[in-house]
Design a protein around this ligand. Structure first.
Ligand code: KIV
Ligand code: NA
Length: 265
């Protein structure tokens, strides 16, 4: 298979073929996701929780993201690789470019940053210097200490319209992809319809261009009660590979996410 490019992902969005994305932080899982046909691998700063055992993503550093991006990239044969810019690593355009360049040297094809119109300068600066950008709206884990917890976003009519505006602003600034986390399914659908770039949902309903989950969550091995949008794909499967293949199948067919994984407006 040819490596997946941004052009291919844009075409999938246009043709309404669902995009599959999962996180990976190491080479073994990167190889496995490639074998299972996952199109996009996210080296998420969720590694702060999953790998490092922190209760938020804010302690994660660029150096740590570089290390895990290198680990994933070594085994990546054809997935599109996105790495998160971690907390406080993109405070101004210069710092953002330095951080993004490190992630790209480590093997990232695109960087992801949290936020909307307050990041427009950063998005424009990066894209003008050939760093592809994925924006992230809805629940923003890097802002957990500001928000006072992990809560569903965009529930009121005003908050929903505001988020749609933010999405359009990020697109206009040059973002080529958008992650939507923990928002009403109806809002996920509306934003996806209004944009020409792919939306990737995690708790954003079935109508996004694609879906993402944290790998350990969908394997049912994360401690504690999983968020509502998580499905344990090890249920009924005998191996990690079979579970990931089931995820790919269910995202492609529209079986996942189901109604029970979504939020009402
Ligand atoms: O860090 C991460 O894993 C993410 C996904 C949950 C979208 O940002
Ligand atoms: Na993240």
């Amino acid at each position: 298979d040819k490596p997946i490019s941004i052009t291919k992902l844009l075409a999938m969005h246009t043709e309404r073929e669902k995009i599959t994305m999962l996180t990976a932080y190491d080479s073994t899982m990167s190889a496995l996701l490639n074998r299972c046909g996952v199109e996009v691998i996210l080296v998420g700063d969720s590694l702060g929780n999953v790998i490092q055992g922190h209760s938020s993503t804010t302690p994660v550093t660029v150096e740590q993201m570089v290390y895990h991006t290198e680990c994933v990239a070594r085994a990546n044969t054809h997935a599109f690789l996105i790495s998160d810019l971690p907390f406080a690593s993109y405070g101004d355009p210069i710092q953002a470019l330095d951080s993004a360049a490190e992630l790209m040297r480590a093997g990232a094809d695109m960087v992801k940053l949290e936020g909307g119109d307050w990041q427009v300068d950063i998005i424009q600066y990066l894209v003008a210097r050939s760093v592809p950008v994925c924006a992230h709206l809805g629940l923003l884990p890097q802002s957990v200490h500001l928000l006072g917890g992990y809560k569903v976003q965009g529930k009121s009519k005003d908050a929903a319209s505001h988020m749609l505006e933010q999405a359009l602003t990020c697109q206009a600034a040059g973002a080529q992809m958008l992650v939507l986390e923990a928002i009403p399914s109806s809002l996920g659908e509306r934003i996806t319809e209004e944009l020409h770039i792919p939306t990737i949902g995690i708790g954003a309903g079935p109508d996004c261009s694609g879906q993402v989950l944290v790998l350990q969550d969908m394997l049912g091995i994360s401690p504690g009660k999983p968020p509502k949008f998580v499905k344990n794909f090890m249920d009924g499967h005998q191996s990690i590979e079979a579970a990931v293949k089931a995820y790919v199948r269910e995202v492609k067919s529209g079986k996942f996410p189901g109604l029970e994984h979504g939020f009402a407006g």
